[in-house]
Design a protein around this ligand. Structure first.
Ligand SMILES: Nc1ncnc2c1ncn2[C@@H]1O[C@H](COP(=O)(O)OP(=O)(O)OP(=O)(O)O)[C@@H](O)[C@H]1O
Ligand SMILES: [Mg+2]
Length: 304
């Protein structure tokens, strides 16, 4: 790994709303014609890259993260493989969510958050000046541990980001909603109640709705923070199968406490503990032949 990087400093753009990153409007504003987003993203170096076989979609360089005086993660050098599923494992409080939220700069507005080092997306710093964080969050979508539907209809939830980013004309909106609701296996349950409130859906269904919303803006990277913790085994299985269909088109990073799930769904596994990246390798290797005793202990359930 090349360590000759510029150390980033904390940037804290005030006033960005916190919420679903895929839905925040792109910088060009409401007057932007459909199709202009791609050009704007290209100009910012955020356009969909050619898939770099074997490359890294996200690269962290000596990344140290913390809140106030306390470091959560120290000196993390990690290449997130492009077009693969990477599982992020670690005991509670080890910094998994903080790391995910750093990848699309969701932490920038959290009071007390600080970082040094850098994160590259497709080879360019996510903290470079002039980068539009809203466009970044469209490219790097996130599903939170707890579902967060918006107070609008089920249909409007799915297409909220599509509308905000003007990714489709009026006639295209409903087909996009149907496609993504079908993709996550929710269509049959909601087809006759698209105008209903999402808050009458079960917790698991709300999570699937949020996943449909995240996919609808066609991200390059999807960050999943314990996405199945509120789902039953059948829905969990279908989400895992769905995740496998997303690669290699997308790069997926999934945080999970379910070791069997990490093993089933991921190509690569990262183990974080006590502020460090302990191990990163092919999932088979990490589970069957971990290089570090700490990893072996964790995956055998002796701690965490
Ligand atoms: N906004 C915040 N202010 C201060 N400390 C925070 C904040 N958010 C997280 N932390 C701290 O950072 C550490 C890492 O938290 P994080 O949520 O990233 O852990 P995690 O690995 O996702 O844990 P879990 O498995 O329980 O979800 C914890 O000690 C937590 O208390
Ligand atoms: Mg967490």
């Amino acid at each position: 790994m090349n360590h000759s990087h510029v150390r980033g400093t904390v940037s804290n753009p005030a006033g960005h709303p916190q919420g679903d990153p895929s839905v925040a409007p792109a910088s060009a504003g409401p007057g932007r014609p459909p199709g202009a987003l791609g050009a704007a993203l290209k100009a910012e170096g955020l356009a969909s890259p050619q898939t770099r076989a074997g490359g890294a979609a996200i690269c962290t360089l000596g990344l140290t993260l913390g809140f106030q005086q306390r470091d959560v993660l120290c000196n993390i050098d990690l290449d997130v493989a492009q077009g693969k599923v990477t599982a992020l494992l670690g005991p509670t409080g080890s910094g998994k969510t903080t790391l995910l939220r750093t990848f699309n700069r969701m932490n920038d507005m959290v009071s007390g958050y600080r970082h040094s080092g850098d994160v590259l997306l497709d080879g360019r710093s996510i903290w470079r000046s002039g980068l539009d964080t809203m466009a970044l969050r469209r490219k790097v979508g996130m599903l939170f541990q707890r579902p967060n539907p918006f107070p609008m209809s089920i249909l409007d939830n799915v297409v909220a980001g599509v509308k905000a980013h003007r990714l489709a004309g009026r006639a295209g909106i409903r087909p996009i909603a149907e496609r993504h609701l079908r993709e996550v296996g929710l269509w049959d349950a909601v087809a006759t109640r698209l105008k209903d409130s999402p808050f009458r859906l079960s917790g698991g269904q709300q999570q699937l709705l949020c996943l449909a919303r995240a996919l609808a803006v066609d991200p390059d990277v999807l960050l999943l923070d314990e996405p199945t913790s509120s789902l039953d085994p059948v829905a969990t299985e279908s989400i895992e199968a769905l995740i496998r269909t997303l690669v290699p088109r997308l790069t997926v990073v999934i945080v999970t406490h379910n070791l069997a799930q990490a093993r089933r769904v991921s190509d690569r596994t990262v183990f974080l503990n006590r502020g460090r990246l302990v191990e990163h390798g092919d999932t088979g290797q990490v589970f069957e032949n971990p290089a570090e005793a700490e990893t072996a202990e964790y995956i055998s359930g002796r701690f965490g």
